[in-house]
Design a protein around this ligand. Structure first.
Ligand code: NAG
Ligand code: NAG
Ligand code: NAG
Ligand code: NAG
Ligand code: NAG
Ligand code: NAG
Length: 592
């Protein structure tokens, strides 16, 4: 008894000697940029009482265990394959350590913030948010904010080039937002490829079919213009009747940047291209007040939704509308702070017990424009989705090996290839683009390459080294050969017939490819649910092992960018088309 008492007394003494009170710990830089990020310029000084929605991502105590578990439940050779976790099981693994909560509370108190009144914690306890005046944020983060303007879009953002935290907090806080994130989330939609409608679609029946890679008949028009029927023929879902639409199977489509799905356009699309689906609808879920204004039909939103329903009808489709960092042309005021749409959306979805088993997102930005700590934290949240049993698809990007100048923003201004995040996160499936049929070819804009932030995951160890050996010394120094390689897979991405504002437009981009691949995965889940099996969840370990023969290897095409001809599509995995395009019949035989 006495012994225990002395011991705990001793611990208290040690604790008080070594635990540095908040006000004694020196601020140290948490993240900074060497220069104003490319494309932005200083605009004005925001007012001190401007309110900031500050979000603080606390260290997730058992995140390594979560990732180990993710790999176990996603590895088709592991005994735990398919044993996905519940919301509470995931939250237990990502909850911060009690000591983290203690030091955070002490820090907030030292700034006069008492968490009972002012601070909201999410249900896992790994995010806190507080709405406080800019001047207070500046003192907490030992920094000065500025209003920056994007030179071409006029977008305004209240940000800082550097922020600091007391040194003892660095091991307890992953990220603080908004601070140094200047990413301009982009739609992966090639607007220059919006063509007038093609008259060949009315002549389909006059032209002989083309024979596809599995001997199937494909309408010759699909070589130039894509409809749901083309994708069903090419990827062989034609004739498959979904069986689990009323047994919980669902697909989620992500929308940002004020992209709104138009209900009348959806019905027009069905009339033209999927008559059996007339009357079907998409459920719209608003995240943080996201709208769905029927007077502004979005090309991206309509593309994503028309093609997921077009492929998966009658499976329920859910459209998430999250306010994003949309361009604002208003130079006279500071725009409202709607800063981190990925994390807002992730926190929303992860807070629900129930979620769709497939997600597709056609947005992204150059990896280097995301602070590394931010990218890692968001990636770990995609891992949480995977652990819950969701497959997460992202467009790989529309810039070939890199759009624009390809200069690094680390102060050295070197030229390097620029892969797109979130596709570079190993826990999502990055989808590149193809065009033409018989044979399909990788398309020039299909973004691919190697992450700088994320090392190559083990599931890529069989297929990526042979690609690098073929490449030899070509492009040495322009990319990180030890990085996570993208894309994982690909699908058609050119000439999609989309109804927008009552008219058919022809739209391209990896924006089209991701919903297409996600639609195929949804049908594979349908077949699994119908057999009483769990859904596929995090796909990559499966795709790179037993799933590989279920792809059509794409052998043609390259993806120019950064002043180079880019990589070549070639036998096996390549950095233009990944493992290739899906063959539903083949994949179903392998995974169901
Ligand atoms: C393709 O179409 C031709 C002509 O209609 C038909 O004879 C043939 O059986 C079809 N092939 C397949 C694999 O469906
Ligand atoms: C498809 O179009 C390409 C040109 O984009 C052409 O070279 C090819 O012959 C066409 N293939 C078929 C099967 O029509
Ligand atoms: C689809 O849902 C929206 C929103 O609930 C509704 O306004 C629209 O009329 C529905 N369309 C059909 C065809 O049911
Ligand atoms: C800019 O914002 C101000 C204040 O909210 C508003 O009065 C004005 O109409 C806006 N101007 C434009 C062009 O949107
Ligand atoms: C890099 O580019 C920026 C902006 O163009 C310039 O301000 C800076 O001096 C350059 N740095 C080097 C090392 O060339
Ligand atoms: C791509 O293929 C072309 C033609 O075979 C070849 O000249 C070029 O070196 C290849 N490029 C790369 C990066 O492999």
């Amino acid at each position: 008894m006495l012994c225990v008492l002395v011991f705990s007394l001793l611990l208290n003494i040690i604790h008080s000697v070594f635990a540095i009170p908040a006000h004694l710990s020196e601020p140290a830089v948490k993240h900074e940029w060497p220069d104003i990020p490319v494309g932005w310029e200083r605009h004005s000084v925001p007012s001190a009482d401007h309110l900031i929605d500050l979000k603080i991502g606390l260290k997730q105590h058992r995140i390594d265990e979560l990732i180990d578990t993710l790999y176990e439940v996603s590895d088709p050779f592991h005994s735990k394959y398919g044993q996905h976790l519940s919301r509470l099981e995931v939250e237990k693994l990502v909850a911060p350590h009690p000591s983290t909560i203690e030091v955070i509370n002490t820090w907030l108190h030292s700034h006069g913030i008492h968490h009972e009144e002012a601070v909201a914690w999410n249900s896992a306890g790994d995010w806190i948010s507080l709405r406080i005046p800019l001047a207070k944020v500046e003192s907490m983060l030992s920094t000065k904010y500025h209003t920056f303007r994007h030179k071409t879009t006029n977008e305004l953002a209240v940000r800082t080039l550097s922020y600091s935290l007391p040194r003892h907090l660095h091991s307890h806080i992953d990220i603080v937002q908004p601070t140094t994130m200047f990413d301009r989330m982009r739609k992966m939609q090639v607007t220059s490829h919006v063509n007038p409608p093609d008259d060949t679609i009315s002549d389909i029946s006059l032209v002989a079919d083309v024979t596809g890679p599995a001997g199937q008949n494909i309408s010759a028009s699909c070589n130039r213009t894509i409809t749901p029927t083309c994708l069903m023929q090419l990827y062989r879902t034609e004739g498959y009747v979904p069986q689990a639409a009323k047994r919980g199977n669902r697909i989620g489509i992500n929308g940002f940047l004020e992209q709104f799905i138009n209900f009348a356009d959806l019905q027009t699309f069905f009339k033209m291209f999927r008559p059996d689906a007339i009357g079907a609808n998409v459920t719209v879920l608003s995240v943080n007040g996201g709208l769905n204004d029927q007077s502004i039909p979005g090309v991206e939103a309509n593309l994503d939704n028309q093609y997921t329903v077009g492929l998966t009808f009658p499976t329920p489709n859910i459209y998430y509308t999250t306010p994003g960092t949309a361009p604002t042309i208003n130079d006279s005021v500071t725009p409202p702070q709607r800063d981190e749409p990925y994390i807002d959306w992730l926190n929303f979805v992860l807070s629900h017990d129930d979620m769709p088993q497939v997600f597709t997102t056609s947005y992204g930005g150059d990896e280097q424009t995301f602070p590394k700590d931010f990218a890692i934290r968001a990636c770990n949240m995609f891992a949480q989705l995977g652990a819950r049993g969701a497959s997460v698809m992202f467009s790989s990007g529309d810039g070939g090996v890199g759009a624009g100048t390809c200069e690094t923003n680390d102060g050295t201004n070197r030229t390097i290839f620029q892969p797109v995040f979130p596709a570079t996160c190993p826990f999502v499936t990055g989808v590149g683009a193809t065009f033409n049929i018989a044979p399909e070819r990788g398309i020039g804009f299909s973004q691919g390459g190697f992450s700088v932030y994320f090392p190559r995951p083990s599931f890529q160890n069989q297929v990526v080294p042979p690609f690098l050996r073929k490449l030899g010394k070509t492009y040495a120094g322009l990319f990180n050969p030890a990085g996570r390689a993208v894309p994982d897979v690909s699908a058609q991405g050119e000439g999609f017939q989309v109804v927008v504002g009552g008219k058919v437009e022809s739209v391209g981009g990896t924006s089209a490819s991701s919903p297409t691949f996600a639609g195929i995965v949804t049908l594979l889940n349908d077949a699994r649910i119908a057999r009483g099996k769990p859904t596929l969840g995090f796909l990559n370990p499966l795709l790179y092992s037993i799933g590989k023969p279920g792809f059509t290897d794409i052998l043609l095409g390259n993806n120019p960018g950064c002043g180079t001809p880019g990589f070549n599509a070639s036998a096996g995995w390549d950095a233009v088309t990944g493992l290739g395009t899906p063959d539903f019949v083949g994949l179903r035989a392998l995974v169901v």
